[in-house]
Design a protein. Structure first.
Length: 172
């Protein structure tokens, strides 16, 4: 069995797992991060505490709820059979969900650090400096891509439901 980290950096046949995040939409998330770093009129500490940490809780709840549904579906005979036809095999299904959870956790920890005031008080930077915009842009980038990954968890679970239905219908 291949480990998550080996799958993430090297892959299991369908390319490294981190490449799932590197599609054309990455440019939208970068643009969101850059734009938000210049437009949002509050500090990272305020944004982290008042808005993004509570929002991250919603992301986590949503993803874990649908991820649980997907996990149950992944254990069905139909999906196990289907995975034998996918390049990279069964690991591609399982580790794709795990990578979404990893991204959510990285985003949550990053915004948690911001909410604690690390970037505004502990490690003070001028709010108009390039360093501050780089940090805030990165955090808003993570918020944007986390929103996408939460949506992908839902879409993935829905796709597995539809696939399982179609496989059952054809075989029975």
């Amino acid at each position: 069995m291949i480990s998550f980290w080996k799958w993430f950096f090297s892959g299991s046949g369908a390319g490294p797992g981190f490449r799932r995040f590197l599609d054309v939409w990455i440019f939208v998330h970068i643009a969101v991060g850059i734009t938000a770093s210049f437009v949002v009129p509050i500090s990272l500490e305020e944004a982290g505490r008042s808005l993004l940490l509570p929002l991250a809780g919603i992301f986590i709840g949503l993803s874990f709820a649908w991820g649980g549904n997907a996990q149950a579906l992944l254990q069905t005979e139909e999906i196990e059979k289907l995975s034998s036809f996918r390049e990279g095999g069964y690991e591609e299904y399982i580790y794709t969900y795990q990578s979404a959870v990893l991204l959510i956790l990285v985003s949550l920890v990053s915004w948690g650090v911001a909410g604690l005031g690390v970037f505004d008080r502990v490690w003070p930077l001028d709010i108009n400096s390039c360093s501050y915009h780089a940090i805030s842009g990165t955090l808003y980038f993570f918020a944007s891509i986390t929103l996408r990954e939460c949506w992908h968890v839902v879409l993935g679970a829905q796709a597995l439901l539809l696939i399982r239905f179609k496989v059952r219908k054809k075989s029975g």
